[in-house]
Design a binder for this molecule. Structure first.
Ligand code: NAD
Length: 453
């Protein structure tokens, strides 16, 4: 059995059967058997089933939010927002089966047309930080495009994905279309990567595991989408609304206790504005409510595990330049107070590595060119922000920073309707928006000769 631990109490909250290779193979076989019939469900009927699934999730969203808040240690208000995104995601892709358009291409002697064909069985591997949300980003477009699915959630947070499997059957999805295997990544995840009957793997997780998945997928030329780590820059110029940038900065890095691939954990501030920025940020950080995830007022919960607590702590040794420290409860649970280090050099370990915890580095810069150079001096390229009142400078920076997603005078990263994914070692492929469907289909070209001779 997998013992599922509640991070706020460090107590076991549930036990679920631990899947292994045998269960993974059985899930792939079930998905393979279900594929031809699912692919052939008419586009309108497939759309209706996805809408019905969205409705069922919405009906259960309070219970799902509570389960997610307890299992992942996230504030209940965040968990409710995430469940609403899950519902939106299934509704958005419910529009896709009837809009998987091809092209007609002018050619000599006949007619040429393209079709977007389903891939077959797709293996979806998800992390523990946004368990059901990230599952929905993959499951919804995969099913909409006519694929069948084996979903492997993270071992630490399998509960809402197992619920999704039950809800899908209840909504009328045929048996075998959506299968969930809860088990270790090194066993069930790697089996999906090597399995000859799995056409594609979509993975969200660490860059380290992403590398091994890319290497493993090469053996069978599997399609891969990789959503990996980040070390995103929040670039704040002296001509920005400093109060607004400083008020928004804490949730952009301490949201989900910093366990967010989009965390803007490198805060680059134009040197002349550093003092004003830190003073305003201190007010925001010390006001953050850190505590029981199920309390409506909580803004930040615990870290996911004792291991994560130890790892995050290693980035804040006794001689670390701690400029701001917020609060955290004592007692059981994996608590770490939001912490701002300043000044930090971009080459320091805390600035160079993805911490995946509530630790931010403030890095001063002199001008636009230096800001872009520091922002790009990383193996990652997932997200980021630029704060300035100069519109042309904002756009120059947005183009100069090597990242898949960037916001101006805002820290938002993710919407159901817009593409999301990384440059450089933050990944390959895109999720969400119209682009995700490209990654769950292959293009087939058909030529039909119409000339008579
Ligand atoms: P992880 O890489 O340890 O695990 C992710 C998933 O992969 C889990 O389900 C795990 O069981 C599985 N896995 C582990 N080893 C495997 C293997 N050898 N073969 C196949 N599967 C395997 O990541 P995590 O600790 O769960 O999540 C944190 C990481 O995820 C961070 O680096 C974060 O930046 C990244 N992340 C990225 C995004 C994004 O969209 N870019 C979103 C969320 C999290």
């Amino acid at each position: 059995m997998i013992e599922v631990v509640e991070p706020a109490t460090a107590q076991v909250m549930a036990e679920v059967p631990r899947a292994g290779v045998e269960e993974t193979d059985a899930a792939v076989a079930a998905a393979r058997a279900a594929f031809p019939a699912w692919r052939d469900v008419s586009p309108g009927d497939r759309a209706a089933l996805l809408h019905r699934l969205a409705d069922r999730i919405e009906e259960k969203s309070d219970a799902l939010a509570t389960l997610e808040a307890r299992n992942a240690g996230k504030p209940i208000s965040d968990a409710r927002g995430e469940m609403s995104m899950v519902v939106d995601c299934f509704r958005y892709y419910a529009g896709a089966p009837e809009r998987l358009l091809g092209h007609t291409i002018p050619v000599a002697g006949g007619v040429d047309m393209t079709f977007r064909e389903a891939l077959g069985v797709v293996g979806l591997i998800t992390p523990w930080n946004f368990p059901l949300t990230i599952a929905s980003w993959k499951v919804a477009p995969a099913l909409a495009a006519g694929n069948t699915v084996v979903l492997k959630p993270a071992e630490l947070t399998p509960l809402t994905s197992l619920e999704l499997e039950r809800i899908a059957l209840d909504a009328g999805l045929p048996e075998g279309v959506l299968n969930v295997v809860a088990g270790p990544g090194s066993v069930c995840g790697s089996r999906l990567v090597e399995h000859p009957d799995v056409a594609k793997v979509a993975f969200t997780g660490s860059t380290e595991v992403g590398r091994s998945i890319a290497a493993g997928a090469a053996q069978t030329i599997k399609r891969v989408t990789l959503e990996l780590g980040g070390k995103s820059a929040n670039v704040i110029f002296a001509d920005a609304d400093i109060e607004a940038a400083a008020a928004a900065a804490p949730s952009a890095v301490f949201g989900n206790a910093g366990q967010d691939c989009c965390a803007r954990s490198r805060i680059l501030v134009e040197r002349s504005a550093v003092d004003d920025f830190l003073a305003a940020m201190e007010r925001a950080v010390t006001a953050m409510v850190v505590g029981d995830p199920l309390d409506e007022k909580t803004e930040m919960g615990p870290l996911i595990s004792a291991d994560q607590l130890e790892t995050v702590g290693s980035y804040v040794p006794d001689d670390a330049p701690v400029a701001i420290r917020g609060s955290a409860p004592d007692g059981p649970g994996f608590w770490f107070a939001p912490t701002v280090l300043s000044p930090v050099s971009n080459s320091d370990r805390a600035a160079a590595e993805e911490i995946f915890g509530p630790v931010a580095c403030v890095i001063p810069f002199a001008d636009e060119a230096e800001a872009a150079a520091i922002a790009n001096d990383t193996i990652y390229g997932l997200s980021g922000s630029v704060w300035t009142r100069d519109g042309a400078k904002a756009l120059r920076m947005a183009r100069a920073i090597e990242t898949g997603v960037i916001s101006i005078n805002s820290n938002s990263s993710v919407r159901v309707t817009t593409p999301f994914g990384g440059f450089k070692q933050s990944g390959v492929g895109r999720e969400l928006g119209p682009d995700a469907l490209d990654h769950y289909t292959d293009v087939k070209n058909v030529y039909y000769r119409t000339d008579e001779d």
